[in-house]
Design a protein around this ligand. Structure first.
Ligand SMILES: [Zn+2]
Length: 135
């Protein structure tokens, strides 16, 4: 990772109701992401309502069509996770509670990192898999 893996913008939006949008701004640039409320059955029989979020950060909404680098997208993902966490929201992009590794390799092509316990990907590729349409 390089030193540019830092998002400098702010998020705007409320996680109320069934769905909505979150706006991310790095003035004058702007991104918009859609979220909806999911239902998750916990192992103890209770239910939680995580935020299911589509992280399509390939292009700015404004200026329309300007591309973001993969590093920049990952930085926004990390910042978004923190923002959601600060609001007490669980989400589809949360890191696993247990980030220990298994001694089996990640399934990403040519990746030799160990995968996260219970997952197919290593930590790095888990993050990439959270981003829409990066393959
Ligand atoms: Zn990997």
């Amino acid at each position: 990772m390089t030193g540019e893996n830092v998002a400098v913008g702010d998020f705007f939006g409320e996680l109320k109701g069934r769905d909505g949008h979150i706006v991310y701004r790095e003035p004058p640039r702007e991104l918009q992401m859609y979220w909806e409320r999911g239902v998750h059955n916990e192992t103890d029989g209770s239910r939680s309502y995580p935020v299911l979020i589509t992280c399509d950060f390939r292009f700015w909404l404004n200026p329309k069509g300007e591309a973001l680098s993969e590093q920049h997208q990952l930085a926004i993902l990390t910042a978004l996770r923190r923002w959601l966490g600060a609001q007490g929201a669980r989400s589809s992009i949360d890191l696993p509670d247990n980030v220990s590794e298994e001694s089996i390799n990640c399934v990403w092509r040519d990746c030799r990192n160990h995968r996260l316990r219970g997952y197919y990907y290593c930590r790095q590729h888990f993050d990439l898999s959270c981003l829409a349409n990066i393959r």
